[in-house]
Design a binder for this molecule. Structure first.
Ligand code: AMP
Length: 476
């Protein structure tokens, strides 16, 4: 029997977009994906419909590389969904590109999904035992199989039945010739915003993982797709909002605010920029240190560093410059150059750093490799002292809900004390933000966020996952 590579199932980061009722649906999906590119750079795809059939184009690469004018002109129709994906899945990566388009008992359907299903492997094994054939190893294919097998007579009911069998994180868009359905898991792990665009007296509906996609296409943000909610737009253009699952406690992914989302987005109803600046301010209050300048690790550390500098009264300086044009392919010199990969991305500004006591602010520290290299580079540029400040708590547990974190044994804070990590990074001092500080920064008054990567306490049942991962590691 074909074996499933279990660990691949937990390493997906994605952006999802959907639009209904606009003559330029594919072009706007393209722009939406452009704005969501940071959520996944491995592959991208758009599927559109003119009511006759579904048209799909997906490939490996960046949105701008895949969608030329001629490709977009073939994606006809007023309704479309799109997807950008990052994953660590190996050679089969192309097969995993989304949207996933199939022809089944419910007609042609295309699915774009963000998140990870924690019971996908169990469901997939059951389906394989009863004869289902899988082409890829993404959770999305499991969803499609469940829809296809459902005895329900229409797509909305079949999707509802399928979603009720799923555990974990999903924000998804399903396109058919007849309409568009968007749904979010009952815990609300991953974001999904809902908006509209007015054009020639008509209203087009839009959906996106982040509101920065709406800004680009001139759409107005209305609301989030609520946890456990399904929004259906039928072929007559009517929009229905329905709860498909019982009310659960909410568990929004806090890492969206720490690192993943763009600061110009509103995620879970809160400005990401506001959260990040407050993360930095609280970090400055919790972990002050005598220094001359505050330097961010661009781009992800910028807002927290601005907050840290404002709170501490120290000057904020761009002591590291990021090269934004680093592609996936570059020619590495044959002779090894020290810290080459990081230098390619970030270069110090000697005039800013030399002779200074530097506070270096980054959003997170996962394996510890990046920080070690950056601390070295900053010291080589003449810093007198380097104090590392991380605007979240130590990452001690992997994510099973759609953020690409490595196995526990590679998470430096899962295995080493803060003193030991400071020694490893070669910084003069190291401090993380507390869990309380993080909660305060995202204003989590009601306990609506998931902090599993910082606490190891998972909000859903993960029965069997650790074992499955251990088995899969042994097989490799
Ligand atoms: P490292 O400690 O070397 O594993 O790298 C941590 C850096 O990677 C941080 O500065 C983050 O900006 C970035 N980072 C953290 N989590 C992720 C993720 N899930 N995907 C991509 N980059 C990440």
């Amino acid at each position: 029997m074909k074996t499933t590579n279990v660990s691949d199932h937990f390493h997906e980061e994605c952006g999802v977009f959907g639009i209904y009722g606009h003559p330029e649906a594919a072009n706007l999906a393209y722009l939406g994906l452009y704005a969501l590119q940071h959520r996944g750079q491995e592959s991208a795809g758009i599927c559109s419909t003119d009511g006759e059939r579904l048209h799909c184009r997906k490939d490996m690469g960046l949105v701008a590389e895949i969608f030329t004018e001629s490709v977009l002109s073939e994606l006809r129709g007023a309704n479309a969904i799109g997807h950008t994906r990052y994953s660590t899945a190996g050679q089969s990566a192309r097969l995993n590109a989304q949207p996933f388009l199939v022809e089944c008992s419910k007609g042609q359907i295309a699915v774009a999904h963000n998140g990870n299903l924690t019971n996908a492997i169990d469901i997939r094994r059951d389906l394989e035992m009863s004869g289902s054939i899988f082409q890829a190893n993404s959770d999305t294919e499991v969803i499609v199989h469940l829809i296809a097998r459902s005895q329900e007579d229409n797509l909305e009911h079949a999707l509802r039945e399928s979603l009720l069998r799923m555990e974990g994180a999903y924000s998804l868009a399903v396109l058919s010739k007849e309409g568009l359905i968007v749904a979010r898991d009952p815990y609300g792990f991953r974001p999904m915003a809902f908006g509209q665009i007015e054009h020639n007296g008509h209203t087009a509906y839009v959906f996106a993982s982040e509101t920065c996609a709406f800004d680009l296409i001139g759409a107005t943000y209305i609301d989030d797709v609520q946890p456990g909610e399904m929004i259906t737009i039928t072929d007559s253009g009517e929009l229905h909002r329905k709860r498909f699952a019982p009310v659960q406690d909410r568990h929004h992914c806090v890492f969206e605010h720490v690192y993943f989302a763009r600061p110009d987005s509103v995620v879970f109803g809160r400005s990401v920029q506001k959260s990040r600046e407050l993360l930095g301010r609280l970090l400055a209050r919790e972990a002050p240190v005598e220094a001359d300048i505050v330097v961010p690790l661009p781009d992800s550390g910028v807002d927290a560093a601005i907050g840290y500098a404002a709170e501490s009264g120290l000057p904020y300086r761009m002591g590291l410059i990021r090269n934004h044009y680093v592609g996936r392919t570059f020619i590495e010199p044959k002779q090894s150059i020290r810290d080459f990969g990081v230098k390619l991305k970030l270069n110090p500004v000697r005039g800013v750093i030399e002779g200074k006591r530097v506070i270096l602010v980054d959003d997170s520290l996962v394996r510890g490799t990046t920080s070690q290299k950056i601390v070295r580079i900053v010291r080589q540029a003449g810093a007198k002292e380097v104090h590392l400040r991380i605007s979240c708590p130590p990452t001690i547990s992997p994510c099973y809900y759609g953020v690409d974190t490595p196995d526990k044994n590679e998470l430096i804070a899962a295995n080493h004390s803060i003193d030991r990590i400071r020694d490893h990074t070669e910084a003069d001092s190291l401090a993380y933000l507390s869990l309380e500080g993080l909660k305060q920064a995202v204003q989590d008054v009601q306990g609506e966020y998931c902090y599993a990567c910082y606490t190891g306490q998972y909000p859903t049942d993960l029965v069997g996952i650790e074992q499955l991962l251990a088995d899969s590691r042994e097989k490799k």
